[in-house]
Ligand binder design. Structure first.
Ligand code: CMP
Length: 139
């Protein structure tokens, strides 16, 4: 089915001017960028987005990192977009990411891993709504 997923190009990647190279990987995989904006999150805004990880030991590090530099938030659309995006991103830990994936090529560590992607249809809907209104999604 045609799905939409929420993607974030993280601070380690925007800082190194990798937005275009990462977007090329998405588009080459058949994912269409139907919404996109560059924003600078506050630590509180990052905390709301990652609320599910609030009790994890890395929560403070994660939210500080996400607020450290601008991010690019985007909505990707395509056939099986959620799984396809996760395939293109590669494993969370770049040391375990398959060759050719975004994290294998660009990520610096498990924390500074260049991209985020929704993990299921329910979370995709919540995450898209956190950053975008319906009018901003241009299929
Ligand atoms: P993401 O898909 O954005 O969702 C939660 C993030 O937490 C994850 O990617 C990682 O970047 C980050 N994360 C996971 N494990 C660790 C860890 N051990 N230390 C720091 N950050 C982590």
């Amino acid at each position: 089915a045609i799905e939409r997923t929420l993607s974030i190009i993280k601070p380690d990647a925007t800082k190194r001017n990798l937005t275009g190279k990462i977007n090329a990987k998405f588009e080459d995989a058949g994912l269409r960028i139907v919404a996109q904006k560059r924003i600078h999150l506050t630590k509180d805004q990052a905390g709301v987005f990652y609320a599910v990880h609030k009790e994890r030991p890395f929560f403070d590090e994660l939210t500080s990192f996400m607020a450290s530099e601008p991010v690019v938030v985007q909505v990707l659309e395509g056939e099986n977009a959620i799984a396809k995006n996760r395939e293109v991103m590669g494993a969370t830990n770049p040391a375990e990411a398959a060759a050719g994936t975004i994290r294998a090529e660009f990520a610096e560590s498990v924390g500074e891993n260049s991209v985020h992607g929704s993990d299921a249809p329910e979370t995709a809907a919540v995450e898209i709504a956190y950053f975008f209104s319906g009018l901003e999604l241009v299929g």
